[in-house]
Design a protein around this ligand. Structure first.
Ligand code: GN1
Ligand code: MG
Length: 340
């Protein structure tokens, strides 16, 4: 990596790999001139790393003019001014390290409000940013119809022995297909508005800071999937990752429970920013947002399991099946506690 460090002009003191996120590789770099986060973009998934680079810079330039005090993860330029570095077929970019920490699960309901408010603020502060200036970094990323179609393809062409052992989960997911129709109706409605959308609002993508015993969410991170999109993507992934005490990796399904108080806080936090922007039609789909994203993630995990883990990879045999069962359980608990 020496060659990359040289391009940034860093005199590196230490390098530590951070094991966060399923897609990119991330390193914490300490230099004589400050601390940075260096990331290699997974270009097998993000086929156009330049598109991400352009989006982050376009948003950064907008915020510099319109909201200079907003805490934003600007890209760090190399000595010749590039914010994306190609090296041996890989793509790297760097951020200044922000003084904060991220969580894999929440410790308390206030964190749900704080995080939801930061993601709401991100969309809100960019409400005057023209979404046509954003490049599509992952086409159809949150298109539930397409995800269902990919699930069906895996049912037809997937790993036969995994198909045999996944029957119950598959038939539950098929029984929920009405969610795909609701999604289609939603996106085709005139009052469903496309805005600057983060598309990966899980709890580990917001940084927290504690001062005098008061914990605040200070900044959203991981802007790879910032694209035009619908609020259901962002609120949905919050529901998926803020309402339960355990993460998508949890094997013990008994631990998957919805904390109602967190739901109230999540809503309060998001609506504190977005109340006046959302249409009534959109507000009527607040609960659907959770169903949509939990369901889609269950479909994506089981599809990947049936496709021999070709997208997410697996650290142990059956990991994506465990994740799918976890999300199915979460969807059932969500329907039980939030809808009824
Ligand atoms: C992936 O790489 P990471 O952890 O930021 C995925 C998200 C999933 C998430 C599940 C580009 O995000 O959509 O919700 O895993 N990102 C992509 O943990 O597929
Ligand atoms: Mg991500």
């Amino acid at each position: 990596m020496e060659s990359i460090f040289n391009q940034y002009g860093w005199s590196v003191l230490s390098v530590q790999q951070l094991h966060q996120g399923l897609i990119n590789s991330t390193y914490s770099i300490s230099t004589s001139n400050g601390d940075y986060i260096l990331q290699s973009v997974n270009h097998h998934i993000f086929k156009d790393p330049m598109a991400i680079d352009a989006n982050i810079n376009a948003i950064g330039n907008f915020l510099d003019k319109k909201a200079p005090d907003y805490q934003f993860t600007h890209l760090v330029p190399t000595q010749i001014g590039n914010t994306l570095v190609e090296w041996e077929g890989q793509y790297f970019r760097a951020f200044k390290k922000i003084n904060g920490y991220s969580l894999t699960v929440l410790d308390n309901p206030t964190q749900a409000k704080e995080a939801a408010s930061q993601f709401g603020k991100f969309t809100q502060i960019l409400s005057q940013f023209d979404i046509r200036n954003l490049k599509i970094t992952l086409p159809d990323f949150h298109n539930l119809s397409l995800r269902y179609h990919q699930f069906n393809e895996a049912l037809n062409n997937g790993n036969q022995s995994r198909l045999n052992t996944s029957k119950e989960a598959i038939s539950f997911l098929q029984s929920q297909k009405k969610l795909v129709n609701t999604f289609d109706n939603f996106i085709h409605h005139a009052d469903a508005i496309q805005r600057v959308t983060h598309h990966d609002t899980k709890i580990s993508n917001v940084l927290f800071n504690s001062e005098n015993g008061v914990e605040k969410a200070i900044c959203v991170i991981d802007l790879d999937t910032v694209m035009p999109g619908y609020f259901i993507s962002d609120v949905g992934d919050m529901c998926r990752t803020y309402l339960c005490k355990v993460s998508e990796e949890e094997v013990d399904l008994n631990l998957i429970q919805i904390e109602k108080e967190r739901w109230d806080f999540l809503k309060q936090g998001y609506l504190a920013q977005m109340q006046n922007s959302l249409s009534n039609f959109e507000k009527d789909h607040f609960v659907f947002a959770g169903q949509f994203m939990i369901y889609m993630q269950a479909l994506r995990f089981i599809t990947d399991h049936l496709n021999n883990d070709s997208y997410y990879g697996a650290k142990y045999e059956g990991q994506n099946f465990v994740r799918a069962l976890n999300q199915i359980e979460l969807l059932k608990r969500f329907n039980e506690s939030i809808i009824n």
